[in-house]
Design a protein. Sequence first.
Length: 113
Amino acid sequence: MMDLSIISENTFSREDLQKKNVIGSDHTDAAAAHRQVAKEMESLFAYQLLKIMRESADNISEENKGIGHDTYSSLFDMEISRLLSERGMGLQDSIIQWLERMPESVQTTDGNK
């Protein structure tokens, strides 16, 4: 069975997000927050995809890598994933739809449940 404690530990309440100016109190701000979250999730997905692809390509390659290769590759992958998410890979719409379908009580949990 999957350990869901990490989800509740990393979940922000609506009040926390309002304090950080991520979302406001009305529906338009919630939609903007959903767009931002979807963009970040797509960026993380693209980063993990690029990271795994690079690791598998590096395992095949017999070329000697320099000292900063891993750091540079990681930074490069982060930048490429950010650019891909700005352009959109098609996941953002699905994530936004999923977030909009979530019940309000789930979106505003404060971790005390």
